[in-house]
Design a protein around this ligand. Structure first.
Ligand code: MV4
Length: 408
């Protein structure tokens, strides 16, 4: 779809990402051929690759995003946490930097109390994490986490954190102009996840009131002002018993950004391009307003119970519509979902004056959405939006896996 809609398109190579979407020389060649003076990295692939941003900076091509320095800082989870702490952002109690030996690990674990979590500095998105519930567990967890981190990221540095057992995952959207101005655009609640893949996201979070939102939002905005952050960013928190704990920062736009757009009325991609072109932020913090509620369902080409990928040709495509209904997708009737990439094929986003209106609208949209020729996760959402825990928003990050596990 993106090739069909573009003014001009250049083939950057065959499906294997290493020969195309991750191939920096080929991407640069496309800029040279077309005379493009800016690249929007989207999400995934090279969107948080500091080296890529650096190479573009060196070639005078605008990277629509933060500086390579900020990408690098936030890409190392230990440095990111240290930076967050210095900027006054609340963090999870844990080791002061990397764990270098087991004696230190046991001492830190004793002081913060078990259970603790061993995390890989080069990890993120759930990779390279091990829970330790006792001192004996800790030695094993350290060795396994280090080995996995070495294998996965070529970097075995790990750190320790207090393990939060029933948190929500709440993230703050922030924008900076790179000159010291930054605003927050509220939060998104992404607690409904399966194997570290977000399934459903909503804004605002059913767990926050205006005071809590403003407090954490302003803390993040001030922090981004201090480092002169440029572009879109998302600061991820765990939220448990009324407290926020910083876990990571994403230096890119996120898949779930539409729910923020629906409640603020701001076009976040336009905002990214404006800032990259040197324009000021479109709004001051005082001009940011939140109205209504929005919920996004990630529609994947997967079996709705086994989650096995289901690529193939879409023989019939009928999306829902109407007031407050948005379908962001590159799919269409006759399109063949390739097996080479992520199984996400579309995002169904509904907006309404409150959460209940969104749920009712979502139920109607899911019943109207027809995608034939492949299996999709639509039936999973049809069931979820009827479940009482979802209807009243009392779910934490473990709810979905517990719910699916119970279903066998
Ligand atoms: C945690 C945690 C509990 N306690 N840190 C998962 C991916 C990465 N964003 C960090 N993650 C977690 N860090 C402490 N100290 C639980 C998780 C976690 C999680 C976090 C957000 C959303 C879904 C999750 C699923 C499993 C574990």
């Amino acid at each position: 779809m993106h090739v069909k809609l573009a003014d001009e398109s250049v083939c950057i190579g065959p499906p294997p990402a290493a020969e195309s979407y991750l191939n920096i020389p080929r991407l640069l060649a496309a800029c040279e051929i077309t005379g493009a003076d800016a690249i929007h990295p989207g999400y995934g692939f090279l969107s948080e690759n500091a080296r890529f941003a650096e190479i573009l900076e060196e070639h005078g091509i605008t990277f629509i995003g933060p500086t390579s320095e900020h990408i690098r800082i936030m890409g190392d989870k230990i440095q990111a946490k240290e930076t967050a702490k210095q900027l006054g952002i609340p963090v999870v109690p844990g080791s002061d930097g990397a764990i270098t030996n087991e004696v230190q690990a046991q001492r830190v674990a004793k002081s913060i109390g078990f259970p603790v979590l061993v995390k890989a500095a080069a990890g993120g998105g759930g990779r390279g994490m091990k829970v330790a519930r006792t001192a004996e567990d800790l030695d094993i967890a350290l060795k396994t986490a280090r080995a996995e981190a070495k294998a996965a990221f070529g970097d075995d540095s790990v750190y320790l954190e207090k393990y939060l057992s029933h948190p929500r995952h709440i993230e703050i959207q922030v924008f900076g102009d790179g000159k010291g101005n930054a605003i927050h655009l509220g939060e998104r609640d992404c607690s409904l996840q399966r194997r570290h893949q977000k399934v459903l996201e909503e804004a605002p979070s059913p767990a926050l009131n205006a005071e809590a939102r403003d407090k954490i939002g302003m803390t993040v905005a001030r922090a981004m002002q201090k480092i002169k952050y440029r572009g879109a960013g998302t600061v991820e928190f765990l939220y448990e018993d009324g407290e926020f704990y910083f876990i990571e920062m994403n230096t890119r736009l996120q898949v779930e950004h539409p729910v923020t757009e629906m409640i603020t009325g701001l076009d976040l991609v336009l905002e990214q391009i404006r800032i990259a072109a040197g324009h000021p932020l479109s709004l001051t913090q005082e001009e940011v307003t939140f109205s209504g509620h929005a919920i996004e369902c990630r529609i994947c080409a997967e079996n709705p119970t086994t989650f096995r990928p289901s690529p193939g040709r879409i023989t019939y495509w009928h999306p829902p519509g109407g007031l407050g209904v948005r379908v962001d997708s590159g799919a269409y009737q006759g399109y063949r979902i390739p097996p080479n990439y992520d199984s996400l094929i579309g995002k169904l986003i509904v907006a309404g004056k409150n959460r209940n209106e969104c749920l009712m609208r979502l139920r109607r949209c899911l019943s109207e959405f027809v995608i034939d020729g492949i299996e999709t996760t639509i039936p999973l959402f049809t069931e979820l939006v009827r479940h009482p825990d979802i209807a009243n928003g009392t779910y934490d990050i473990h709810w979905l896996e517990r719910h699916l596990g119970l279903k066998g």
